[in-house]
Structures are given as C-alpha cells and as structure tokens.
Design a protein around this ligand. Structure first.
Ligand code: GH3
Ligand code: MG
Ligand code: MG
Ligand code: MG
Length: 315
C-alpha cells in the first residue's frame, strides 16, 4: 500500500490538468472489488470526487451479491483476494445475460503475463498493474464507459421512441425472472398493442404514425416507476415488466393508463388531435413457467383483449 500511495502522490504532482467528467458519465455506478481496504477507499474517494457513484466490495462473495442487486456500468477487480481469487467473478459474469456486458478492468498486484492473458481470455476489457497512476486509470475508465454507453445505445435502444428495444426486453425478462425467484417476489409482464394503428398510417401518413408511437412511448414512460422496465417490442407493441407487482396490481395500473389515453389526445399536429386506445395482456411470472412461455401467456391475454372488443386490459 505504501508503494501504491507514493506512486499515486508522485503522479498527482505532475498530473495533467484535471478535466471534468463528461456529463453523460456523471452518476455512473462503479464497483471496486479489492481486499486492500486502504487502496479501495483511496480509489473510491477519488472516483467519487470525479462524480461517479461508487460501491466497494472486499471479497468475491460481497461483489457477487452487489452485482446481482444493482446495475453497474463498470467493475474494477483485484485478482489476489481471500478466500476466493478474483477469477471466480468471471464465471458469475458469464452466467448473467446482462452482467456479461459489464466493462471489467482488472487491477492486479502482480505483473504476470499468465494473469494478463488469462484475464483477457476470460473476458476482461483492460488490465492495470499496481502501483498504478490514478490519472491513467481514470482515463482508461472514462474511455471504457463512453464506448460501452455508445454500444449499449445501439444494441438496446429503439431509435424512434428512445425507449428500450425488444433485445433489451428479452434479456430483462430473464434477469427479472431470476431475481423474482431468488427473492420470492411477484413479477408481472404486460404487452400493450395500439388499437387500429394501421388506420393512423392509412389516414394521416407514416410520419403521423411515427409521431403517435413516440408520444405513446413517452406517455407510458411518464406513467411508470424507474424500476419498471418499458420497451417497444414490436411495430406498435410495447412491453412492461413490473418487478414486485402482482397481476392484479398491474391490471389496476394499466387501466389507469388506459383511462388517461382515452381521455386526452396522444399527439397534435397541423391542428389535428390524435386519439388512440390500446389493448393489453397481463401475465404474472411463476417458477413453473419458462420465460418464453410467460411471454406467450401475456400475448394470449392480449389476443383475448383484441377479440373481445379492444380498448381493454385482460389478465
Ligand atoms: P389491431 O387493433 O388489431 O392491433 O389493429 P392494428 O391496425 O393496430 O394492427 P396491424 O397489425 O394490422 O397494424 C399495425 C400497423 O403498425 C401496421 C404497420 O404499418 C404499423 N407500424 C409498425 N411499425 C411502424 C412504425 O415504426 N411507424 C409507423 N408509422 N407505423 C408502423
Ligand atoms: Mg488483493
Ligand atoms: Mg400489433
Ligand atoms: Mg395494433
């Protein structure tokens, strides 16, 4: 640790002028996994000063627990820890369909070529040895976060509405099902389909249809909590995952939203007010269902809503 600190302090004197953290990275959540308390606190404090939201773990078990409970944008990992080495985290990362995308920087006390190669083979994105220069580490972290943010936007967002896409939604279904199983909590899926949407396009043109989709996406977003997961799962279909919510509660929420959609125009353009209604199908998750089956059950409820007259929520 003394060596670490000296190196850090030395570097600080000749460090390049401090650059503010790019605004899109402010509040990014990082996890520092290291059994060296002094180094860990030092690093956490420096990163917090830059504007990151930092959590710390002193061993593999604590790190895995935090990884399963929270969403991180990056992890720094010490290899030499007790009782389990940092390598064990790689296995867990691989298992989880979302966490496996997490940028990982290995911060090793040993400059061993075997470690370097093994880490990259196992999925590390960067490798830095101790003692390290804080400014360099910070720059590496920024670069990784910015690149990851760009890629995630391309992979997981719908460009028209700005909300998440089907690919993200499908991964989250599995992630949330795992979480619900672990904590034995309710979990509910809703699929929403705009009624007679083709008529909007046919009567007013495709750009008008696009506008309605955007506004509807925003309206849904504004009606949901941060922990609810919303995505555009098809052309005029949207999905919501409600963690911790039963199908009965989700039905109430969706009926409130439907009531609001019925009573106000969804978009206005060229002095024309657009009104829509939607149909929704609801299915709660349980351990006997596969995720695919769960989606089918919600889809069947949606089909029933359509068949029985649309403009309604079916559970
Ligand atoms: P239903 O009540 O049975 O759902 O009727 P519907 O007209 O909504 O359903 P249908 O599946 O017949 O038509 C969906 C329409 O959504 C057809 C397609 O052109 C339109 N659509 C899909 N994606 C987009 C898009 O990105 N922009 C626009 N403007 N229209 C889209
Ligand atoms: Mg260590
Ligand atoms: Mg449809
Ligand atoms: Mg439709």
């Amino acid at each position: 640790f003394e060596i670490n600190c000296k190196a850090l302090l030395l570097e600080q004197e000749q460090a390049p002028r401090k650059q503010a953290l790019p605004s899109q990275l402010l509040g990014s959540r990082l996890l520092i996994v290291d059994d060296d308390r002094v180094l860990r606190s030092f690093l956490a404090r420096k990163l917090r000063l830059e504007g990151y939201n930092v959590d710390e773990a002193s061993n593999v078990e604590a790190a895995i627990k935090l990884l399963k409970e929270n969403d991180y944008q990056l992890i720094t990992l010490d290899l030499m820890m007790h009782p389990h080495s940092g390598y064990e985290i790689f296995e867990v990362l691989k298992e989880d369909p979302m966490i496996k995308w997490l940028p990982m920087l290995v911060l090793s006390g040993r400059n061993d070529m075997k470690d370097v190669v093994r880490c990259f083979r196992m999925g590390a994105d960067d490798f830095v040895t101790k003692p390290f220069r804080y400014e360099e580490l910070s720059a590496r972290i920024q670069r990784m976060l910015l690149r990851h943010k760009e890629l995630a936007l391309l992979a997981f967002n719908d460009p028209l509405t700005g909300i998440h896409n089907r690919r993200y939604f499908d991964l989250q279904l599995q992630v949330e099902a795992n979480r619900a199983q672990r904590y034995n909590e309710p979990l509910t899926l809703v699929i929403i389909d705009i009624d007679f949407f083709k008529e909007v396009n046919d009567r007013h043109g495709h750009p008008a249809g696009d506008l309605v989709l955007q506004k509807f996406g925003h309206l849904l977003q504004s009606c949901l909590r941060n922990t609810d997961i919303l995505a555009r799962v098809g052309g005029e279909e949207f999905g919501v995952i409600f963690p911790g919510i039963t199908d009965l509660e989700a039905e109430k929420i969706m009926n409130r939203i439907l009531q609001r959609v019925r009573s106000e125009s969804i978009a206005s353009h060229d002095n024309f007010d657009y009104f829509i209604t939607f149909s929704a199908g609801i299915a709660s998750w349980n351990t006997s269902k596969s995720v695919q089956n769960w989606f089918q059950v919600a889809d069947y409820a949606l089909y029933k809503a359509k068949r029985t007259g649309r403009n309604r929520v079916v559970r």
